[in-house]
Write a protein that binds this ligand. Sequence first.
Ligand code: FES
Ligand code: FES
Length: 160
Amino acid sequence: MRFDVNAQVRDLPDVPPWESLLSVLRDRLGLYGAKNACEQGECGSCTVLLEGAPVCACLVPAARAAEREVVTIEGLDDDVLATSVREAIRRCGGVQCGFCTPGFVVSATATLRRDPCLAKTDLPEALSGNLCRCTGYRKILQAVEDVARPGEGVGGSDER
Ligand code: FES
Ligand code: FES
């Protein structure tokens, strides 16, 4: 099967079509940024972008991801918006154990790219697919709100 992951084409033999995209990324490609927690689509720790849309990689069969563009947290290293989100979460104290952080960064980046001026009141629902056991969410939401705030920082610029 052929995968387009982080702008690199990877040909992987012997991938059964039902194997999860998460397993392909972690176990075959060594991309450990997407975390494996519930494997049931409940926690969002495995969030990646499939054709630009956030998905739980644990729920996506390999056959559905083949020949389509997949971007993981590693592929967002140089992304201006993702960097702003990551920095804001760190600055606001939204990282404790860090297990949920990659999923939040991927989800928040996709959310803000879709709606750069997302209303504060819409943020909890927009990020409701991502669970955090440590922080109580307030600091993470504050961080994403800071990036989204129109007219300030990267969230209000045209750089994305
Ligand atoms: S590991 Fe995929 S949603 Fe929890
Ligand atoms: S920081 Fe530990 S799960 Fe979110």
